[in-house]
Design a binder for this molecule. Structure first.
Ligand code: ADP
Ligand code: MG
Length: 695
């Protein structure tokens, strides 16, 4: 591996000995390269010199003057001292004071010219104004000039044992000596045509801005130099994903050639015809499955757009070719629900089906041994536990959250090279889809089945119970059914939250004439199944439930969704829950019931729900509200962290970076012409995915 001067230990820098090096190590700085990557977290504009006469108490200002008088005062105990100097800027006088720093006598001596930066106060004795403990710089002192004042000054996160000034000085020397020498991993033609500055200039400017003087831009990370670093991260991320994708295409997979009988039968059995979007996506999947390499496709679409039938058709294709198809869900309950939903179809086609949830409570038999059924439904235990498959050909993964690059690699490690189709429960914001799933091909079902009506949504404070009950009564008297969702199973477990068990009792008292059912994750699967069956058969009017109904439950006659403690739910969860209604021809409503205190964020979430039914818009809002870090959660596992780039702020840069990455990979897949880029890419991805070997 090529090494450069910037990979040298930080101790090579003037002013950094073993002790400082230990302090810097606490900040994650071991090498010169690390230090250069350690950017200021904010900047102060100390570039505007003003005259003492212009100063007003309370200003934070930079002033230049000559020491016209100085004096050290010691009081009481020996240790307490004030060093006081009077600066003259040619017109007026300013008093500057340093407390308990007697050594200042030596630095700030009579006749020296200096620049000070600090907050201006009124002197207790009246005039002149003064500054206490200002940052300062002595002019004519070559080593120090122009570092701490009289410029836009970087402020770093530091650690105990080193002062801001000392740290800044180390960085200054470092930047002077090494920034320009930093080899730029991004090909020059790419930076040039995107009008991005070179890496050396970028680092120099981000530490000690000369050209970038717009303090607001700097502090919000929007200078062109910040953009350059954001580009780099996106570019590295996109390149890595593109390499993964390419190497996936070189793997040996199954080339499915189904006759299409089962699929045709399925379509005949459906009480509806597929939308154009469903047909298009089905073709995309079909053509992937024919390829001699494994399919890696992401299937996106809003709640209720009909992903399940598309996935099931693909599973039938695999089965028709003599392979097994597995469907994986993130939780046991969801796996059970999926199984219930497709069991009927499995039977209709006279196939064998198996449910393997395999949690800690599962029987040994469920977790080990060989799966022989045509269609297997389960959790991710399917790929992790000691299960073997007769002939696994297709894996459909529902709900993207828990499955990342790593999980997909896990399948391959087991020696399995099935086709993989990942279905998202709710849409992913475009920017995230592009980064996180850049190694996948992507299909979007962009329309809902015809006749779907907008679900009228309102959010109300809990005290308006009577209006809510009136709505419920009206719908049920028309023969419709309702869901009521609670955040907790029992009252005690989460202080102050309404629960399903209490809620059920309350509804029974309020509506003795209605049939009330209950559903939650602690019921036995058979019980849950029975309740769902009765709800489907309209033997239950109001189904009181936890979020177990979030995914997969499909009862078109249900037209009301009440969500209790809606302020506690996240946006995608609310959207997902709301998606349980609006599945039939009747118009449906969703009432979000909020209990005080309703935070500002919760209000925004609830308002978004009221404003739109569009899952893609909701996903974008969700990303904006929560920020990428939290939004990604576990999903990011397996991907390198983004330190400089911000998916929201830098969304436009992301597009460019991705374009450049795929262009480059198209021309030079192995990055043979760009060895330093390749090396840095390895460093960026290291510990996550060994991108050049995952193959
Ligand atoms: P998703 O999983 O995308 O949220 P589902 O696959 O559960 O959506 O489908 C939602 C409902 O719409 C189901 O009742 C399904 O049978 C129905 N459906 C699917 N496709 C169509 C279509 N083309 N026309 C009418 N109804 C459809
Ligand atoms: Mg579904």
């Amino acid at each position: 591996m090529k090494s450069s001067k910037t990979d040298l230990s930080i101790q090579q820098v003037k002013g950094v000995g073993p002790q400082r090096a230990r302090l810097l190590a606490k900040l994650g700085i071991a090498t010169i390269r690390d230090a250069l990557a350690y950017l200021p977290f904010r900047y102060e504009d100390r570039s505007h010199l003003i005259s003492v006469a212009e100063l007003r108490p309370g200003n934070v200002a930079t002033v230049r003057g000559k020491v016209a008088a100085c004096n050290i005062l010691r009081r009481g105990e020996k240790k307490f001292s004030i060093y006081e100097a009077t600066l003259h800027d040619g017109g007026s006088y300013l008093t500057v004071k340093w407390f308990n720093q007697p050594f200042m006598q030596k630095h700030v001596a009579l006749g020296r010219t200096m620049v000070v930066y600090g907050r201006v106060r009124e002197n207790s004795r009246g005039m002149p104004l003064e500054m206490e403990n200002p940052e300062y710089e002595l002019l004519g002192d070559d080593a120090d000039s122009q570092i701490h004042t009289n410029r836009v000054v970087p402020v770093y996160r530091i650690t105990e044992g080193i002062s801001q000034k000392q740290f800044r000085k180390v960085m200054f020397i470092l930047v002077q000596e090494h920034a320009t020498a930093m080899e730029d991993p991004v090909p020059l033609y790419i930076t040039a045509r995107n009008n991005l500055p070179g890496l050396g200039e970028t680092l120099r400017e981000l530490h000690f801005p000369e050209n970038a003087r717009n303090i607001i831009e700097l502090n919000s990370g929007r200078s062109r130099y910040h953009r350059r670093l954001a580009f780099d991260e996106f570019f590295f991320l996109a390149l890595g994903l593109a390499v993964l994708k390419k190497s996936g295409h070189r793997e040996k997979g199954i080339s499915f050639c189904p006759a299409g009988c089962l699929r045709r039968d399925l379509l005949k059995l459906l009480p509806f015809t597929l939308t154009a979007a469903q047909q298009r996506v089905m073709e995309q999947i079909g053509s992937d499955m024919k390829q001699p390499y494994p399919m890696n496709r992401l299937l996106q679409g809003d709640v209720g757009c009909g992903k399940t039938v598309v996935a099931f058709a693909a599973m039938l294709d695999a089965v028709e070719c003599g392979y097994q198809a597995a469907l994986m869900a993130p939780t046991e309950t969801l796996a059970e629900q999926h199984y219930l939903n497709i069991r009927g179809m499995i039977e209709t086609f006279r196939l064998s089906g198996d449910l393997r949830t395999g949690g800690p409570g599962a029987r040994e038999k469920e977790r080990t041994g060989e799966c022989t059924s045509d269609i297997i439904v389960g959790t991710q235990a399917l790929i992790q536990e000691r299960l073997t498959f007769r002939k696994l050909g297709l894996v459909v993964i529902d709900e993207q959250h828990k499955f990342g690059v790593m999980q997909r690699a896990l399948l391959r490690k087991k020696g399995l090279h099935p086709d993989v189709l990942i279905m998202t429960a709710t849409p992913i914001p475009r920017s995230l889809a592009l980064t996180l799933y850049g190694d996948l091909d992507c299909s979007v079902i962009s329309e809902l089945p015809p006749g779907r009506k907008r679900i009228a949504t309102a959010w109300v404070e809990a005290e308006r119970k009577d209006e809510i009950f009136a709505v419920l009564k009206q719908e049920i008297s028309r023969g419709r059914q309702a869901y009521v969702v609670y955040p907790a199973i029992e009252e005690s477990e989460t202080a102050g939250l309404r629960s399903v068990t209490r809620g059920k009792e309350a509804f029974e008292r309020k509506f003795p004439e209605y049939r009330i059912g209950m559903l939650h994750g602690r019921m036995r699967p058979a019980e849950r199944e029975q309740v769902m069956e009765r709800f489907r058969a309209r033997e239950i009017d109001i189904l009181v439930s936890t979020t177990v109904i979030e995914v997969g439950v499909d009862v078109p006659n249900a037209t009301v969704m009440l969500i209790v403690h809606a302020e506690r739910f996240g946006l995608s969860q609310l959207h997902q829950l709301r998606g349980r209604v609006g599945r039939g021809v009747d118009s449906s409503r969703c009432i979000l019931i909020a209990y005080p205190p309703v935070s500002e964020d919760a209000r925004r979430r609830l308002n978004v729900m009221v404003q739109t039914n569009d899952g893609f818009r909701i996903a974008e809002e969700d990303l904006n509200l929560r920020g990428p870090g939290e939004f990604l959660g576990t999903r990011q596992a397996g991907l390198p962290d983004l330190k400089n780039a911000d998916l929201i702020r830098d969304a436009a840069i992301l597009g460019t970076a991705r374009q450049e990455a795929s262009d480059l990979i198209a021309h030079d897949e192995g990055l043979l012409k760009f060895s330093f880029l390749k090396q840095q890419l390895d460093v960026f991805w290291r510990g996550k995915v060994d991108i050049f070997n995952t193959g």
